[in-house]
Ligand binder design. Structure first.
Ligand SMILES: CC(C)(COP(=O)(O)OP(=O)(O)OC[C@H]1O[C@@H](n2cnc3c(N)ncnc32)[C@H](O)[C@@H]1OP(=O)(O)O)[C@@H](O)C(=O)NCCC(=O)NCCS
Length: 188
């Protein structure tokens, strides 16, 4: 799958209005942080407030203690966060990721894919986008926490080169431990 196509053809999909909105500002340059990314079928672009109903539906179907709308609004308004939404060709939001970059430390706060769209590479695409952005912005590493029972996510992160760096005891509300994982850019 090609994950590096940055050319957009407005009018070719239901997302063209969204693209226009993104391309309008003169400040838009060849910058991974602002450019939507098209693959064969999935488009990744910066999350917008209008995405939140769909984001919340996926969030609620993905986590036992889902984030509230305010959490996502905080991410949208944070100078350190750069959340992304993933859309299918019909314009349906099929996944999202909430990363942040503070100084040279990247962190993934939240990532989820619509249950009906899992296993198709969308999660990997979202995480890869964040790694690419953080690398381009000079990050030393990207860290995250994941439930020790979350086989799918742990397998995704391991497969992408994240290493386990520790464990946070009873990190989650229900008492489950978190595995701490880190992707390190040094030496790449
Ligand atoms: C984790 C999650 C984001 C993965 O998204 P996805 O789009 O289904 O994942 P992908 O299709 O990109 O899969 C990439 C890799 O992840 C791993 N993976 C994905 N689903 C898996 C599963 N059910 N079991 C084991 N490994 C799995 C595989 O290594 C896979 O690579 P492969 O296809 O070459 O085998 C998705 O399962 C999800 O939304 N889960 C609920 C929310 C969540 O747990 N988020 C993570 C919080 S830390």
């Amino acid at each position: 799958m090609d994950t590096k196509i940055y050319a957009i053809s407005p009018g070719k999909s239901n997302l063209s209005g969204r693209y226009k909105g993104i391309y309008k500002p003169v400040s838009i340059a060849y910058d991974a942080g602002h450019m939507p990314e098209m693959t064969n079928e999935i488009t990744i672009c910066p999350m917008a407030e209008e995405d939140l109903d769909q984001v919340l539906a996926i969030e609620r179907s993905s986590f036992p203690s889902p984030w509230l709308r305010q959490h996502f609004l905080d991410e949208l308004n944070s100078p350190h966060a750069f959340p992304y939404s993933a859309f299918d060709p019909s314009g349906r939001l099929v996944g999202f990721i909430c990363p942040m970059l503070l100084l040279d430390e990247g962190h993934v706060m939240d990532v989820a894919v619509d249950p009906s769209c899992r296993g198709k590479g969308i999660g990997r695409l979202l995480v890869q986008r964040v790694l690419d952005d953080c690398r381009a912005r000079g990050a030393s590493f990207v860290s995250l926490e994941v439930r020790v029972s979350n086989v799918a996510a742990i397998s995704l992160y391991r497969g992408m080169g994240f290493l386990e760096t520790g464990r946070r005891k009873r990190y989650y509300k229900d008492g489950e431990d978190a595995l701490m994982m880190e992707y390190v850019f040094a030496g790449e």
